[in-house]
Design a protein around this ligand. Sequence first.
Ligand SMILES: Nc1ncnc2c1ncn2[C@@H]1O[C@H](COP(=O)(O)OP(=O)(O)OP(=O)(O)O)[C@@H](O)[C@H]1O
Ligand SMILES: [Mg+2]
Length: 225
Amino acid sequence: MSNFILSINDVSKSYETSGSEKLTVLNSIDLNISAGDLVGLTAPSGAGKSTLLHICGLLDTCDTGTINFLDQDMQKASNMARTLIRRREIGFVYQFHHLLPEFSALENVVLPQLINGKKPQQASDRAFELLRLVDLENRASHRPFQLSGGEQQRVAFCRAVANEPKLLLADEPTGNLDEKTSETVFGALLSLIELSGMAALIATHNENLAKKMKRRVKLKSGKLF
Ligand SMILES: Nc1ncnc2c1ncn2[C@@H]1O[C@H](COP(=O)(O)OP(=O)(O)OP(=O)(O)O)[C@@H](O)[C@H]1O
Ligand SMILES: [Mg+2]
């Protein structure tokens, strides 16, 4: 047994482009993430941050290499096993919140918990508690269009951590916000991570935000440094 929540080894990923050319985005990458780890992933646009996060989050597959989640080989796992790990153990935050427009902030945080089998009252209590932690308890009944960009993103953080995942993956979670809002909202994300004790891998091209991480990795020319 390793102590890693996520361990990826020798992972490569290429995309087909027009003609016979192949675009290699990840070239034999290794990355280990342990409990409590807070890892910043920086790279220029187009270098492969989203590709790497999607592979780590089991939203996409790699061409070669191994992906172990809690010592379970994800390539050999059934689709159902992958889905359950994604639902229970991994939280994902996108650059744009992707909240469900027809539901309130509270309901957006409640829903993933119901899907995961939690009782409605417990799910609602937890959703309120999370919204309170990011100073949004008085916005719980607002629908996404009634929230500012930073507020929407804070709701998305609550949704991502609602099922107490072991790993949080965030793909430029504040990339869509102005510098000042970005700082505040990022602070909310870091406190949620700290309170829950989960591990996190956060892609950002904001160097000031990256400096707040315990550990940093850089993606360049398909390699991780
Ligand atoms: N489905 C696809 N088919 C072909 N090429 C793709 C596909 N998805 C991504 N790419 C290419 O792979 C490279 C890496 O893309 P990726 O989205 O991972 O970059 P990124 O580092 O997240 O960039 P950004 O900072 O702009 O979000 C880019 O050059 C992109 O054009
Ligand atoms: Mg990206």
